[in-house]
Design a protein around this ligand. Structure first.
Ligand code: IMP
Length: 423
């Protein structure tokens, strides 16, 4: 038995989907424990591109169980759309390979309306949310006003609760001057979705503990990244869940002592979508990557902000998550560069610091301290053995390991499953 958590070491989009897909071969159960369909995991398998939002990427494998845990906020309409798309690509999805926790919270159409209305109200202090209703759904959960998926197995109760929420939220929308959510249409579509999804809904905590007892291997697929964590990220420019390793336990009911390994995934450079401080942001790298057709969001299609590798952030992420190992993705994105920079520390008001400060304002005031590395100027995408990497690429990774205090175990040199090298 070996249970592994995969987390993002940056601001999400680190390529976790691909790493999880790779690790799934030796796994029996893949679990999502936080976030919702704000996530977008792109996996390229057998020449086909799959984009997953709520469903763990284990779904692309035969005979693997996928679990949407209690810590997730689940949009039933979004989930059904995702299921339909995947089925259209030939993926089989049944209660035999997809279970949904009965205590996960529902994202309802009014949450999306609230998300958009709140963003509009923030003016130039926008968070840049994905507009998927994630924040308002978690807010309702914490406020103890949320609807849980178990209601999808009790249609009469669901209808009553839903009508109550629609009435209250529509009153707020009327005050804000925002479009109301159509009541009858929403009740009808949600009840239809409930019927379709009910066979998947169960007590997944019991399922996971039984799987562990039966000697099965679990893989926790992190969503978003360390710096989008509601507690440890660059608040308030964060998502509304715990995206760090601890979230995998609270979001699934699997206790910390049953976790054997944590893998932190990071890009060989840094990206972020949405607003907020980004110390190593660099427009030239952004232009280069975008011109290569890379770094556009899987969920929103937005061009991601790009910059140099920030070892200060990755080091702190390794510490926070207790990462045993690093998976570095997109190394091939740096192939064309003459020189490559790594940020090793920050200067804040004349002082050198080695950890990110706790406020977004202070982080925004930090200046990067860089060291410069010579680029390898070679196409890495065809390399299939770690040993065959050019020496300069190996030196870049070695230096990264020294700076962050964890070894590179896996390396991505392209989007396909076969372009994952074992160090
Ligand atoms: P929300 O999760 O939609 O509320 O968005 C909050 C912040 O998290 C925004 O900056 C989003 O761009 C960011 N975010 C949410 N999900 C992801 C993701 O999967 N990858 C990268 N950024 C994300």
């Amino acid at each position: 038995m070996s249970n592994t958590i995969v987390v993002g070491a940056q601001w999400g989009d680190e390529g976790k989907g691909k790493i999880v897909d790779y690790l799934t071969e030796k796994t029996d159960v893949v679990v999502r424990a936080a976030g919702g369909n704000n996530a977008g995991h792109t996996v390229i398998s057998g020449g086909q591109k799959y984009v997953l939002h709520l469903i763990p990427s284990g779904i692309l494998w035969k005979d693997k169980m996928c679990v949407i845990g209690n810590g997730v906020v689940m949009d039933p309409l979004g989930l059904l759309e995702e299921i339909a798309k995947l089925r259209g690509q030939g993926v089989s999805i049944t209660p035999e390979n997809l279970l949904i926790s009965e205590t996960a919270h529902l994202v309802m159409p009014y949450h999306k309306g609230l998300d958009k209305a709140r963003e509009a109200k923030r003016g130039d202090k926008k968070i840049g949310t994905t507009g998927r209703g994630i924040g308002p759904a978690y807010a309702d959960k914490v406020e103890r006003d949320g609807l849980r998926t178990i209601l999808m197995t009790q249609p009469e109760v669901l209808e009553e609760e839903l009508r109550d929420r629609l009435a209250r939220h529509n009153a707020t929308f009327a005050e804000l001057g925002v479009d109301l959510v159509p009541v009858e249409e929403t009740v009808k579509t949600v009840l239809e979705a409930a019927k379709a999804l009910a066979p998947h809904i169960t007590n997944t905590t019991v399922y996971l503990h039984e799987a562990i007892k039966a000697g099965k291997n679990l893989l926790f697929e992190g969503a978003q990244g360390t710096y989008l964590d509601i507690d440890h990220g660059t608040y308030p420019f964060v998502t509304s869940s715990n995206t760090t390793a601890g979230g995998a336990c609270t979001g699934s009911g699997v206790p910390p002592r049953m976790i054997d390994k944590v893998v932190a995934v990071g890009k060989a450079y840094t990206t972020r979508v949405g607003s907020g401080p980004f110390v190593t942001e660099n427009e030239e790298i952004g232009d280069m990557l975008h011109n290569m057709g890379r770094e556009f969001g899987a969920t929103t299609g937005r061009a991601r902000r790009c910059g140099w590798l920030d070892a200060v952030l990755v080091r702190y992420a390794v510490m926070l998550n207790g990462a045993d190992e690093l998976a570095i993705t997109n190394l091939d994105g740096l192939d064309g560069l003459e020189t490559i920079q790594i940020c090793t520390a920050y200067k804040l008001r004349g002082k050198t610091i080695h950890y990110p400060p706790s406020t977004a304002a202070d982080l925004a005031a930090c200046e990067p301290v860089y060291e410069t590395h010579q680029g390898w100027k070679q196409d890495l995408s065809g390399i299939t053995n770690f040993a065959d990497l050019p020496d300069l690429a190996k030196a870049y990774l070695k230096r990264l390991e020294e700076l962050v205090g964890a070894k590179v175990g896996l390396l991505g040199v392209g989007p396909a499953r076969e372009q994952t090298l074992v160090a």
